[in-house]
Ligand binder design. Structure first.
Ligand code: TYD
Ligand code: MG
Length: 454
């Protein structure tokens, strides 16, 4: 291989964008001081794209669209996030903090899958002995699964080409390296090139490749943005501090709905699926307190009941704090402005803290109204009825906007014993929801009137 053609580039450690010259700010993502000089090896097979072999031009109508059979992982929560199982030839990236349980979950999945299919687990972080000990401790079936402790991409590729497993787990992408890339394992260039290499291999050999990545939400070195465009599915295993529950959320999926949420619990015997997440996220204590409101969010294809909590207190020092955990901080500030402008209630001299119990992250706007009512409940030191469920999006003009799947949300709440609901007017159910009184409110002021009548 010719070393002469080594190219130098300045690569952003945040998004992986390449620049010919050093500059203070990355053009692609706008981050400052993230460019560093790297040597990029001569890229082989430049004529072959991520999708595999060289392109043949066809008429769209002639393209084979037969549904490929998906490979079920026997973990329903995992399959749900994948959109119904693994698709042959696809590349799945599973990110998460170290210790989230990625290796544990994948070991459980791969030992089960290996009972019927060829599965190869490549570990670059743990030794084979550690892997075997863990599998034994978790009483997983040891026969079937093929394992290798290897970090050289080319060697792994040879194994894959010879053994032809249907599913390959690479744990983790940060320790893999390609011989012709002149930079450290885990660096942006190494991660990007090995991921591209395995993506091509997956398409060419029709193998499912599951890449594990230590990826924090903030991105960090070799963050998801570097890989996102080439892989098919990207999911994050989130581990809220101090909680034994883990949420697996799809962030990109070429074969299914994005934003699906799978819920697991880390137990002494490995990762267990949580079939009814509403029941665990809504475990409320016996004592009712102000600042607590239940809401029902929509996660992918199903409703999820969660408890929102708020604490409003006199400003401790300096300017008022607005802190939201599991919710969008900007939206909290926006809602407080709406509350002031449209209902005349000011919290300018108050610190406001908000939290989603259980460590779930709410990414949709359906929790707006519930968040604001939790804040008001704490501010006024008034307990809201325990059997009250609230959802709805709040607009800047103070109007309450409907959210998708209102009827299903109400039904889920009724199933868990909620008796009354405050929802946007347009979300009032067409059919009566059993055992539930539903109040439709056109705007925030109307919702507060309903509340005052309780
Ligand atoms: P691991 O799967 O190694 O995390 P990752 O691969 O994402 O870095 O999980 C390690 C953590 O999980 C560690 O803190 C111990 C805990 N754990 C359990 O609580 N129960 C178990 O059965 C196992 C195997 C691990
Ligand atoms: Mg691990």
């Amino acid at each position: 291989m010719s070393r002469a053609k080594v190219k130098t580039a300045y690569v952003c450690s945040d998004c992986g964008a390449e620049h010919a010259k050093w500059q203070g700010q990355c053009n692609a993502c706008g981050e400052w001081n993230t460019l560093s000089r790297v040597n990029i090896g001569p890229i082989k097979e430049a004529s072959v794209g991520f999708a595999g072999s060289t392109a043949q031009i066809k008429k769209l109508i002639d393209v084979d669209t037969e549904e490929v059979a998906r490979i079920g992982t026997s973990f329903d929560e995992f399959d749900r996030v994948l959109g119904g199982g693994l698709v042959p030839g696809s590349v799945v990236l599973i990110g998460g903090d170290p210790g989230a349980g990625k290796s544990t979950l994948l070991l459980q999945i791969s030992t089960r899958l290996a009972q019927q299919r060829g599965v190869l687990y490549v570990t670059g972080e743990e030794s084979l002995q550690q892997l075997a000990m863990r599998a034994k401790r978790l009483s997983l079936p040891l026969d079937g699964l093929q394992v290798a402790a290897e970090t050289r991409a080319e060697v792994i590729a040879t194994h894959i080409e010879q053994q032809r497993p249907e599913v390959v787990i690479l744990d983790s992408v940060q320790v893999l390296q390609m011989a012709n890339i002149d930079s450290m394992p885990g660096s942006v260039t190494q991660v990007r090139e090995t991921a591209a290499f395995f993506t091509r291999l997956a398409k060419q050999t029709d193998t499912v490749i599951i890449l594990v990545g230590h990826i924090t939400k903030e991105g960090g070195l070799a963050g998801p943005k570097v890989l996102e465009h080439m892989i098919d599915c990207f999911m994050m295993l989130d581990s809220p501090a101090g909680s034994r529950y883990r949420t697996l959320r799809g962030h990109k999926n070429r074969f299914g709905a994005v934003n699906e949420l799978g819920v697991f619990a880390m137990t002494d015997s490995g990762m267990k699926e949580v079939a009814n997440p509403s029941a665990i996220f809504l475990q409320r204590g016996d004592v009712d307190s102000p600042g607590s409101v239940a809401t029902v969010t929509w996660e992918g294809t199903r409703p999820l009941l969660v408890e929102l909590q708020a604490l409003v207190d006199d400003v401790a020092s300096g300017y008022p704090k607005r802190v939201a955990v599991g919710l969008d901080q900007q939206r909290l500030a926006m809602h407080l402005a709406v509350l002031h402008r449209h209902c005349g209630i000011t919290l300018a001299d108050q610190d406001v803290f908000a939290n989603v119990v259980g460590g779930v992250r709410i990414q949709e706007t359906g929790a707006d109204l519930a968040l604001l009512l939790a804040v008001l409940s704490s501010f006024r030191d008034r307990i809201l009825p325990r059997d009250l469920i609230v959802f709805g999006e709040l607009g800047l003009t103070g109007e309450l906007r409907p959210v998708a799947n209102g009827q299903e949300r109400l039904r889920e709440a009724a199933k868990h014993g909620f008796k009354q609901a405050i929802v946007p007017y347009a979300n009032r159910p067409k059919d009566r929801v059993a055992n539930m009184t539903v109040h439709g409110a056109r705007n925030l002021a109307a919702a507060l009137e309903v509340l005052a009548a309780f």
